[in-house]
Ligand binder design. Structure first.
Ligand SMILES: C[S@@+](CC[C@H](N)C(=O)[O-])C[C@H]1O[C@@H](n2cnc3c(N)ncnc32)[C@H](O)[C@@H]1O
Ligand code: SF4
Length: 394
């Protein structure tokens, strides 16, 4: 029997009794300046942002997408970028009011906004909170001026600190992003960075190893980054410092105090559904017997011109059943606690029997542990996550 046909038993198409939880991602594609390491769909803002036009486009886009999620409550909203904190309070308020008018937002919905420490003012933060934002995610990256400069950031360490303090004074829920493995960074400097970040006292930290992505300035002009041994030492130090400070390491790069995990990202990692509106935004939507993936036009100009029509959905495709185990694992195996076996069935609409051979193979290689209820990556599986996920790819 081929691996493909073994994946397809007992259902050859997904069947959902209950649809997965629904989130919404809203992309704002502008930044003050493009960072040399960044491959997100973000563009340097020249002159004034066309923010009124863009908010109108987002709402037209949402309106067009509504029939695909009719009646389903939205549990989380994530406004990411780019740098959404460039939006004025009035624009953000119009956006969130427009979302509320069109979709049943849960009363306790988590509403996150990404912000760059170089675009922060007290009054603006208060305005964002009044508009409904209840979680702020701040791109600190480092608290060392030399490294911030090497990363081409528009803020220095003092501004990053002040932005974090202001965020913590304004919002209950705050995430701070940190990167390590930076150009010219020594392990002791990475350790000093994470210690300084922890001292700021946010309930959530995301710590990323700097990756050199294709199509970035750093890819064309590679900086001297730490070697593999130093990078591994930095990762261990970052994880140990965060554990000592009481942060649970719940996903590859995510750490949270008890009860403060990011509900929006958890919905991705547990293979939930999400609408994605805005330039280049991705969506995954389940229906009774199939799952669709979409991505919106990437170029802000093209998106602005087409939003609210089928043309703005640049690509749409049905995920075939044979791809679902791999897609599910790419998300769920990032979680250190792994997943309950019933979640596989609930989110892919397929029976667990179809992936038993792969689960057994992963266990035999020491990449996964499991019992009759759960499966989780081992420390080895987390280290060789791509190999582990590869076992489930079509
Ligand atoms: C969309 S950005 C966040 C918000 C805002 N644009 C900013 O940079 O302040 C998301 C996060 O991804 C991380 N990131 C971006 N590019 C990265 C790369 N090449 N390697 C590792 N982490 C990266 C950064 O920590 C960044 O804060
Ligand atoms: S500010 Fe954030 S999104 Fe914008 S270019 Fe820099 S890393 Fe990318």
């Amino acid at each position: 029997m081929s691996s493909r046909s073994s994946l397809l038993t007992p259902h050859s198409s997904p069947q959902f009794a209950v649809l997965p939880p629904l989130s919404i991602y809203i992309h704002v594609p502008w930044c003050v300046r493009k960072c040399p390491y960044c491959d997100f769909n973000s563009h340097e803002a020249r002159g004034t942002l066309p923010e009124d036009e863009y908010v109108a486009a987002l709402l037209a886009d949402l309106e067009f997408a509504l029939p695909q999620v009719w009646g389903r409550p939205v549990l989380t909203v994530f406004i990411g970028g780019g740098t959404p904190s460039l939006l004025s309070v009035a624009a953000l308020d119009a956006l969130l009011s427009g979302v509320r008018a069109r979709l049943p937002l849960a009363a306790d919905a988590e509403i996150t906004l990404e912000a760059n420490p170089g675009t922060v003012e007290a009054e603006k933060f208060r305005g964002f909170r009044a508009a409904g934002v209840n979680r702020l995610s701040l791109g600190i990256q480092s608290l060392n001026d030399r490294h911030l400069q090497a990363l081409g950031r528009i803020h220095d360490a003092g501004e990053a600190r002040r932005a974090a303090e202001l965020a913590l004074a304004t919002f209950d829920n705050v995430n701070l992003d940190l990167m390590y493995g930076l150009p010219g960074q020594a392990p002791a400097e990475a350790e000093a960075d994470i210690a300084a970040l922890i001292a700021l006292g946010a309930p959530h930290v995301s710590a990323y190893h700097l990756t050199i992505e294709p199509n970035t300035y750093f890819h064309r002009y590679p900086p001297a980054v730490p070697d593999d041994d130093d990078a591994a030492a930095m990762q261990s130090a970052v994880e140990a410092r965060l554990a000592d400070a009481g942060y649970g390491h719940y996903e590859t790069s995510a750490f949270a105090r008890p009860g403060r995990q990011c509900r929006h990202n958890l919905n991705y990692w547990t293979f939930g559904d999400y609408l994605g509106i805005g330039a280049g935004a991705h969506a995954k939507i389940s229906f009774k017997n199939n799952i669709l993936r979409q991505s919106r036009l990437r170029q802000p100009k093209a998106y602005l011109a087409q939003a609210g029509t089928a043309e703005a959905i640049g690509e749409q495709r049905e995920v075939v059943a044979a791809e679902l185990p791999g897609e599910f694992m790419m998300n769920a195996l990032r979680l250190n606690a792994g997943f309950g076996l019933e979640l596989f069935q609930a989110r892919t609409g397929l029976g667990i029997a179809g992936i038993l051979p792969q689960l057994e193979a992963a266990e035999a290689r020491g990449l996964l542990t499991r019992d009759h209820r759960r499966a989780a990556p081992t420390a080895l599986g987390r280290r060789f996550l791509n190999d582990l996920i590869g076992l489930f790819l079509d």
